[in-house]
Design a protein around this ligand. Structure first.
Ligand code: ATR
Length: 280
């Protein structure tokens, strides 16, 4: 459907943003749901996140996704935040509530949804090790704790960041080392080690001998979809969850917040896979 005078505009702000998969996912979802919406990428310079939020209000954009480097600036600029966005001091999605803008963070819930829906794993009562302590790790660890995980071990190269994440999550979390990996029901890689096109490409942040077949092993990286960590996990017979699930479900939650319509996750997955296969 070509845009017309009634078309609503949504988009993502980030920098760089050209390679974002979000326009592909959301435009596929709008089309499949027969919504008169379009989704575009806005390359917004670092430090201009708050100005982009003013522009969203002025232009009446229907919804905004927020990615690097604006997540914390946008959280600071919005007077109303969801509990997850307030706890993380990071916003990945802005929506309207009447005539007021609200900052949300759907990353952690997106990850838990991907665990539950794509692999049938419920974090309630589970022991979890999260490797990494950056923005993605914070969202995932907090959501796992809220979903009822009984113990969360945080492993990170820089220990101060692991300690800050433990302080965020509370008493069920502790700073630990990779030696805790064998006791975990769920192991999550939230570092960039293994990501294509970086110095860590081809590497795994977790030695294969620490994994066992009763575990669920998740990687937040989606480029490549089969990281060395997931290949090792698969080889020893563990269940695996790739990073596309979190990407899709955090986008699906944003789509639902903006439009009030159930997200067509399968359509979004097919569009993302199509784009990723071109990129490989
Ligand atoms: P994101 O927003 O994706 O979470 P980030 O905030 O930059 O990105 O976090 C990147 C994570 O990957 C951090 O936990 C980082 O460890 P440090 O806190 O020590 O920087 C981790 N990381 C990146 N490269 C790494 C490497 N070569 N070895 C181990 N950890 C690495």
């Amino acid at each position: 459907m070509a845009p017309d005078g009634a078309t609503r505009v949504a988009g993502v702000i980030g920098s760089p943003v050209r390679h974002s998969l979000s326009p592909v996912l959301h435009n596929a979802a709008f089309a499949a749901s027969e919504l008169r919406w379009v989704y575009v990428a806005f390359d917004v310079a670092p430090g201009r996140g708050a100005a982009a939020i003013s522009a969203m209000a002025t232009l009446g954009l229907g919804g905004l996704s927020v990615t690097m480097p604006h997540k914390s600036d946008v959280a600071a600029a919005l007077p109303r935040l969801s509990p997850a966005a307030a706890a993380l001091e990071a916003v990945n999605c802005v929506r309207w509530d009447g005539d007021e803008l609200v900052g949300e963070n759907t990353d952690g819930e997106g990850f838990v949804r991907s665990l539950r829906l794509d692999s049938g794993f419920d974090p309630a009562g589970a022991s979890c090790v999260v490797v990494g302590a950056g923005g993605a790790a914070r969202a995932v660890a907090l959501a796992l704790a809220q979903a009822g995980a009984s113990w969360l071990g945080i492993v990170n190269r820089t220990s101060a960041k692991a300690e800050s994440l433990v302080a965020l999550v509370g008493p069920r979390a502790e700073v630990t080392t990779l030696e805790s990996v064998p006791r975990a029901d769920l192991v999550v890689n939230a570092t960039s080690v293994g990501m294509g096109g970086t110095s860590g490409a081809g590497a795994s942040p977790i030695p294969a001998e620490l994994l066992h077949p009763d575990q669920v092993v998740a990687d937040l990286i989606y480029h490549p979809l089969r990281t060395p960590l997931l290949e090792n996990a698969e080889r020893i017979g563990a269940a695996t969850v790739d990073g596309l699930g979190m990407l899709l479900h955090q986008a699906g939650l944003a789509f639902a917040l903006w439009t009030g319509v159930e997200p067509p996750i399968d359509v979004m997955r097919a569009s993302a896979l199509g784009r990723l296969s071109v990129r490989e």
